[in-house]
Ligand binder design. Structure first.
Ligand code: HPA
Length: 250
């Protein structure tokens, strides 16, 4: 199946492996020129619209951030007919007002990742394109997401700089201190190359970041516990479906 009508694609991050409330769901396994995507794309009805959902880390979280096939994921969603994509990403908060369970729609990115396939333009003989990335997220989709959150009565912070790290380990305090000096407000492991690849495919793309913890050295804890991360994530994730339902109604 290609070019079905899809109103919105959602890439679920840590803590969001299935889209709750999806009706008439069917699964699509997509063959891509870049190898396998993170799993099947699940297409179904939500809030009266068609959405495509893909679990970035696989449905049982078996792919670490540096092994996610970002190119295959974006290519598959585009191939199925998606034109707007919301990336849901678990992050650590660096800015003091971005503590656990905060939702943020970032507006900038600094990419600290390495060794990932960052472009569709690396096949012999392919045209080299230098996409504009001054504004890494699609402004109209960001605005729609923020307005949807307002209608859903869920607090979301407008703007912030997402620092993308390699992972899968968390960062040192010194790394976070440097990122703070660089101007990062959030830190996550999966925001790039996803956003850049979406732009190459001319997909509308925005990020809904869910703060799971204060980044290293930013909170009171001496260590960051993974149990706590997942507890906060579960709480923050509850806000995602109501926001997206409002987005789909607009
Ligand atoms: N660092 C990087 N990625 C993350 C974090 C963090 O502290 N928390 C959730 N994702």
């Amino acid at each position: 199946m290609t070019h079905a009508h899809i109103d919105l694609a959602v890439i679920g991050g840590s803590g969001l492996y299935q889209f709750p409330g999806l009706e008439n769901a069917t699964r699509q396994s997509v063959d891509t020129p870049y190898g396998p995507a993170s799993g099947d794309v699940v297409i179904g009805d939500f809030a009266g619209r068609r959405i495509a959902f893909l679990a970035r880390h696989g449905e049982s979280h078996t792919l670490p951030p540096h092994r996610v096939n970002y190119r295959a994921n974006l290519w598959a969603l585009h191939h199925l007919g998606a034109r707007r994509v919301i990336g849901v990403n678990a992050v650590g908060g660096i800015r003091h007002d971005m503590g656990p369970r905060t939702l943020v729609v970032p507006d900038q990115i600094i990419d600290y990742t390495h060794g990932r396939y960052t472009s569709f333009c690396d096949v012999e003989g392919a045209e080299v394109r230098h996409i504009d990335f001054s504004e890494p997220y699609t402004s109209s989709l960001r605005v729609a997401l923020l307005e949807a959150a307002k209608r859903a009565d869920i607090a979301v912070i407008d703007g912030g700089c997402y620092g993308a790290t390699q992972g899968p380990r968390l960062e040192t305090r010194a790394e976070i201190a440097r990122m703070k000096r660089d101007g990062c407000d959030l830190v996550g492991m999966t925001g790039m190359p996803e956003a850049g690849l979406a732009r190459e495919l001319e997909l509308d793309y925005a990020c809904l970041a869910l703060v799971a913890n204060f980044a290293a050295g930013c909170g009171d804890e001496a260590e960051i516990s993974i149990e706590e991360i997942f507890a906060h994530l579960a709480a923050a994730t509850a806000g995602v479906p109501p926001i997206l339902a409002q987005l789909l109604k607009s």
